[in-house]
Write a protein that binds this ligand. Structure first.
Ligand code: S3P
Length: 174
């Protein structure tokens, strides 16, 4: 197993924000699978979904994880919310390092993503229902993939970061 810190969780759970804050705090470089996909495809996530569909996006997501698992060095890796919908990805994520699940309630996601237009899977009417359906589908996969679970609804970015440092770094060889 590699020693990366891998952040998983639903859209809006703060993976990117926490990843960047953690990078600042501990000086391990941060990468984001969605950003790597956008760079690789030279296209926004929403455009990939519109032009080529979700299946294609998921294929690239797995390719990116494979690339990361061949890379040297240690990174903080934040991932797209649906990355755990593919069982091959779950194995790759677990091989990459310690998986931290930022767990969030549907109510909190609705509040945080009010007005967001960057998530194709939540576009259109009744965001709350869409979130609940996806969350119910994914809950088990997030939990089984995780080494550490942090409930993020009521705590600050700094608090999430310090819990990760405490739970992941204080008793590892990173
Ligand atoms: C997705 C989450 C998004 C992005 C894509 C699909 C999902 O990432 O990968 O829109 O299936 O939950 P974030 O979790 O960073 O929003």
């Amino acid at each position: 197993m590699m020693n990366n810190i891998v952040l998983i969780g639903f859209m809006g759970s703060g993976k990117t924000t926490i990843g960047k804050a953690l990078e600042k705090k501990i000086g391990i470089s941060f990468v984001d699978t969605d950003k790597l996909i956008e760079n690789y495809e030279k296209c926004r996530i929403s455009e990939i979904f519109n032009n080529k569909g979700e299946k294609y996006f998921r294929r690239i997501e797995t390719e990116i994880l494979k690339k990361l698992s061949r890379a040297d060095g240690i990174n903080i890796i934040s991932t797209g919310g649906g990355i755990i919908t593919n069982s091959e990805n779950i194995l790759l994520l677990r091989q990459l390092g310690t998986v931290v699940y930022l767990r969030i309630k549907a109510e909190t996601v609705v509040k945080r993503l009010d007005g967001d237009v960057t998530r194709p899977l939540l576009a259109g009417e009744d965001k709350f229902a869409k979130i609940e359906i996806l969350m119910n589908d994914r809950r088990e996969a997030y939990e089984k993939t995780a080494d550490v679970i942090i409930d993020v609804d009521d705590i600050s970015v700094e608090e999430v970061v310090s819990r990760i440092v405490e739970k992941v770094l204080d008793n590892s060889t990173v």
